[in-house]
Design a protein around this ligand. Structure first.
Ligand code: SF4
Length: 208
């Protein structure tokens, strides 16, 4: 895909939704970190139900370590792998208190040492909480970007690198949300709604 076509895709996304937001509920970097970590293998809707219960009990590292693991598990029981995720919530909270004065560190290296936090979660937190121009590529963004022709890659990490190299810099910060929302509501895995897609004129999948 030409740089001109890539530019036009993000121009269209920008015109339609100039300020895209995550659909996860959060209040600050800590609640965002917990919500994104919980979102692995489940939907944002399910995470919001879980955090609605959990954050009523505790929404800081200091308060989280005062409630029991059973309380955490009960709050997030609707999520896949909730037992492991509950352990991670407690472990993350203890590490943040012990090593970062109870704050979420704004650095990838530090974030990726936290239990249950991988590159994708770190990228979301850096992007949303700390306004950094990162791209969190999950399997959905990987699929959408390759289907559209934004890149031709085999792994999410390669997709992240290609997108960061070719998306116009002013659009990188929002690109992650635009692509997630596009994949969630229009360019769906099984039945992409190409006829009503706003970028179908430049999409490789639709035009080839
Ligand atoms: S035209 Fe179809 S395949 Fe291409 S981006 Fe739009 S929905 Fe996805």
């Amino acid at each position: 895909m030409t740089l001109e076509a890539i530019h036009s895709i993000f121009d269209i996304f920008h015109q339609l939704n100039p300020n895209p937001q995550t659909e996860l509920y959060f209040e600050d970097p800590y609640t965002l970190l917990i919500a994104v970590m919980l979102s692995a293998q489940t939907t944002d809707i399910n995470v919001n139900k879980a955090t609605d219960r959990l954050f009523k009990l505790a929404k800081t590292p200091e308060t989280m370590i005062t409630i029991t693991i059973e309380d955490i598990e009960a709050s997030i029981k609707n999520l896949n792998y909730y037992i492991t995720k509950a352990k991670n919530i407690l472990a993350i909270s203890k590490i943040l208190i012990a090593q970062y004065h109870g704050q979420v560190p704004p650095h990838r290296d530090a974030l990726e040492t936290l239990p249950g936090v991988g590159r994708k979660t770190a990228n979301v937190v850096l992007n949303v909480a700390f306004n950094q121009p990162t791209l969190a590529v999950d399997t959905h963004i990987h699929r959408v970007a390759n289907r559209m022709g934004l890149c031709t890659t085999k792994t999410p990490l390669d997709t992240e690198r290609e997108l960061l190299a070719h998306i116009p810099p002013p659009y990188i910060h929002n690109a992650h949300h635009w692509l997630i929302l596009h994949g969630r509501y229009i360019c769906k895995a099984r039945n992409p709604e190409c006829q009503k897609c706003p970028v179908n004129k430049v999409c490789h999948f639709f035009t080839c």
